[in-house]
Design a protein around this ligand. Structure first.
Ligand SMILES: NC(=O)N[C@@H](CC(=O)O)C(=O)O
Ligand SMILES: [Zn+2]
Length: 434
């Protein structure tokens, strides 16, 4: 096992002159100019940017149940190659992660693979049915130590159940991640409700289906003192509600929010392709929405980026639009899309990227050893990024078993050179190291 790694010429947060970073026993032992010591491995970073390892609050790893789309192993490889050191594995597996047995399995398998910390998310309701609360306390007390709860894929839309869920997760010191989409505002929605969907004869999700749930849940978080995390914010109206919530007085409770890379970049103009690879929930919205989301991420209204990495087997994506499952790959393209939508136009600098891809998600999920400063005495959870390197996305070349990327053929800036988890290199120059 490598105990001592020397990173030559890195630029923490992309600022200042390159420095060397010595990593020993999982910790950053020294940061300074020209460190000259024996090491088990030397990484010549040539001025690459060093950031704290990325934390993804929203990943679908599909194990157990749909190992033909992704496994904890293949998803961990994708995560390490994407620069992640922690991922939160959503509960909509088969069987559902609504009990201690399933969350412990996911947690243990993640540890065995060892490329990224896999934190199982516990379901809020039994079987994701939205009827009665799952045994959240048992999942919290299990060896998996679940702290994030979500019925993601489905919305906890019953108001009393949501109130109780916020009270209960609050008492456990956890956070409730809501997939905000009121199913009673539409029937069989397939896209964003607007002229583009209408032209194709598709029923849509109206923006208020998301916004009304977000507004209600913010008020409930305040009333209960609970901790709400809004998954994949997709509309301008949601950003406005969050901005109102976060402005001014202390309203009680805590509200945080994530945006996906695809909602920052893509719009419902892609409906015209009629290619199910572009089908996702919440749906791709308008250009005005995407612009508002970029602004909201830049000004802190939306706290973080989360991938909503949602692999689907070919047969679930290569069919007619309405039969296709919603969801797209995201782990290996997240950095590139954030770089192109936020860094290149000057909306975020690299310190800002560290904030939205590592520090804020680590804070929301209460991870003590992630999203930490790059400084002596801190845990060595790091990613080295070459900002100049542009690469072309090829679904077949991604590590996921599924290949459903909406960014196929797109050239993205920013390449992950090295990912390091507690001092161990988990990915280097495009290869994971198990
Ligand atoms: N985002 C999606 O379109 N799909 C996700 C569920 C989800 O994140 O809502 C999935 O599990 O496939
Ligand atoms: Zn969701």
């Amino acid at each position: 096992m490598t105990e001592r790694v020397l990173l030559k010429e890195v630029r923490p947060y992309g600022e200042g002159e390159p420095v060397d970073v010595l990593v020993e026993d999982g910790m950053i032992a020294r940061v300074g100019a020209s460190i000259d010591v024996d090491a088990d491995e030397i990484v010549h970073a040539d001025g690459a940017i060093a950031l704290p390892g990325f934390v993804d609050l929203h990943t679908h790893l599909r194990e157990p149940g749909r190992e033909d789309a992704e496994t904890i192993e293949s998803g961990s490889v994708a995560a390490a190659l994407g620069g992640f050191t922690s991922v939160f594995a959503m509960a909509n597996t088969d069987p559902v992660a609504d009990n201690a047995v399933v969350v412990e399995h996911v947690w243990r398998r993640g540890r065995e693979v060892g490329l990224v910390d896999v934190h199982p998310v516990g379901a809020v309701t039994v079987g994701l049915k939205g009827e009665k609360l799952a045994e959240m306390g048992t999942m919290a007390k299990s060896s998996a130590g679940v702290r994030v709860f979500s019925d993601d894929g489905l919305c906890v839309h019953d108001p009393l159940l949501m109130r109780r869920a916020l009270e209960y997760t609050g008492a456990l010191g956890g956070v409730l991640a809501q997939h905000a989409e009121d199913p009673r505002l539409t029937v069989d929605a397939q896209a964003h409700e607007g002229p583009n969907a209408a032209r194709l004869g598709l029923t849509g999700w109206p923006a208020p289906a998301e916004e009304s749930i977000v507004a209600r849940d913010c008020l409930l978080a305040g009333h209960t003192g609970g901790s709400l995390h809004v998954c994949h914010v997709s509309t301008r109206g949601t950003a406005d509600i969050l901005r109102w919530w976060k402005s001014g007085e202390d309203r009680g409770g805590t509200v945080s929010a994530e945006v996906t890379p695809h909602h920052l970049l893509l719009t419902d103009e892609l409906l015209e392709t009629y290619d199910p690879v572009n089908k996702v929930n919440p749906p791709l919205r308008t250009d005005a929405d995407a612009q508002a989301l970029r602004q909201a991420l830049a000004d802190g209204t939306v706290d973080c980026v989360a991938t909503d990495h949602a692999p689907h087997a070919a047969q679930d994506k290569c069919c007619e639009w309405s039969a296709a499952r919603p969801g797209m790959l995201g782990l290996q393209t997240a950095l590139g899309v954030v770089a192109s939508t936020m860094v290149v136009p000057g909306l975020l600098d690299w310190r800002g990227v560290a904030r939205v891809m590592s520090e804020n998600p680590a804070r929301i999920a209460n991870l003590g050893d992630q999203g930490r400063p790059i400084a002596e005495g801190e845990p060595a959870n790091l990613v080295l990024v070459d900002p100049e390197h542009r690469w072309t996305v090829r679904g077949e070349e991604l590590a996921s078993i599924a290949a459903n990327t909406p960014f196929e053929g797109m050239e993205l800036p920013g390449r992950v050179l090295t990912t390091m988890l507690r001092g161990r290199i988990t990915a280097h120059e495009g290869k994971a190291r198990q």
